[in-house]
Design a protein around this ligand. Sequence first.
Ligand code: 9MR
Length: 454
Amino acid sequence: MRSTKRLRAGLILAAAGAIAATFAMILSSSATAGTTLGGSAAEKGRYFGAAVGTYKFGDNTYMTVLNREFNSLVPENEMKWDATEPQQGRFNFSAGDRIVSHARSRGMSVRGHTLLWHAQQPGWAQGLSGGDLRNAAINHVTQTAAHFRGQIYAWDVVNEAFADGGSGGRRDSNLQRTGNDWIEAAFRAARNADPGAKLCYNDYNTDGINAKSTGIYNMVRDFKSRGVPIDCVGLQSHLGTGIDSSYQANLQRFADLGVDVQITELDVMQGGNQANIYATVARSCLAVSRCTGITVWGVRDCDSWRGSDNALLFDCAGNKKPAYDAVLRELNQGNPIPTTPNTSPRTTPPTTPPTIGPGGCTATVSVNQWNGGFVANVRVTAGSSAINGWRVTLALPSGATVTGAWSANRSGNTGTVQWTNVDYNGRAAAGQSTEFGFQATGTAGVLNPFCAAS
Ligand code: 9MR
C-alpha cells in the first residue's frame, strides 16, 4: 500500500516535471525565435508597425499580411489636416476611426500622423496667415487630439518643419511664418488635449548625424530644458542604397536628451543592399533602449508611395522578401527594452497661486500664450476630503473668447465663464487632481480660477 502510494507520488512528480520542462521549452523557444515582425518586436518590448490606407482594407492578401505581421498601425493619409478638417471647423474623423478600431480590435497600437505639416493642408488653411492661421492650427491640434484621446500611442504632432541642406534651420512655410514658437504651441495644445499620448516631432533626411538632424536635436534639447512637452523624435528613414554610418549614434544622441526615438516611415530602395540596410536599421533600434519601435511605410511593394523602388518587406503577392528575413533575424537577436519604464514630465507648473474654494477644491491654471490666442490647462484638486463634482469660475479679460474646450462643460465663452465636470472627471479622492482645458483667442493675462465642489 505504502509503496504503491510512493510509486504513484513519484509518477505524478515525474509527470509534473516533464510537463514543466516542456512548458519551459515552449516558453524559451517562443522567447528566442519569434515568427512574425510584431511578435518578435513585442518580445523585445517594442512594436513593429505599418502605414495603412483604408482603401486597401478590402484586399485579402493585404489584410492577411497586415493582421499576421504587425502590432502597430499608422494611417498613411487618413489623419492628416486635409482629411480630418476639409472645411474649417467641420471635422471628419471617419477614416481615421476605422483604422483605430481595426487596430484596437486586434490589440495593435496606433501612431497618429500628423497634426501639423506644411503639406496636405486643406485649401482653406493654405489661404490663411498670421493669427488666423495660428488659431486655426491650434484648434485643429486640439480638436483632433481630443477626438482620438486615449487611443493614440504616439502623435507626430509636427511633421517636417526643418529645412533640407546645411542650414540646420526651419523650413519656410505658412505655419513657420506665424512665429517660431508655432511648434511648441502645437505640442502644448496636443498635451492638453490628450495627456496620455506620447508627443513626437517627425522628419526625414535625419538618418544620421547631419546639419538637419542637429537642428532638430537643438530644438529638442531646448524644449526639454524649458519644459515644452515632447516625448519622442520620429526618424522617418526613407532610405536609398546606403545608410549613414552614424545612424545608431544619431538615435542614441536623441535618446540621451531624455526622449524616445522611433523609426517612423522606413522603406529602402531595392538593390544589392536592401536586406542589409533593413537589418542595420533594426539592429540599431534594438541597440538603443529608448528606441521603442519601427514602422514601415506600407505593407507590400505595390502599396508603397515609392512605386518601382520595391522598397518594402513583402512583394506584391504578399511573399516575404529577403529583407523580411533579415529584419526578423535582427529582432530575434536584439536586446529587450529594460523593464524600468521611461517617464517624461507630463505637466507644466501652474502659473498662478491656487485660490481656496469653500467646498473643498482648488484650481490652478497654466497658460500657453501666443500672439492672438492661448491654451489654458486647468487643474482641479480635491482638498482634505473627496469630491464628487466641481464647478470652476474663471473671469476672462475683455477681448478673450473661448473657441474650444475639453473635459468640461461651460456656460458662455466670454467674461465670467463657469466650467463644470463632465461625467468621467467629477470625482477626485482627497488631494487628487483632474484636469480640463480650453483654447481662446485674445490675451489671457493673469487668470484666477475659483473652484467649488458640487
Ligand atoms: O505615403 C503618403 C502618400 O500616399 C501621400 O500622397 C503623400 C502626400 O504628401 O504623403 C505620403 O506620406 C508622407 C508622410 O506623410 C510624411 N513623410 C513622407 C511620406 C512620403 O511622402
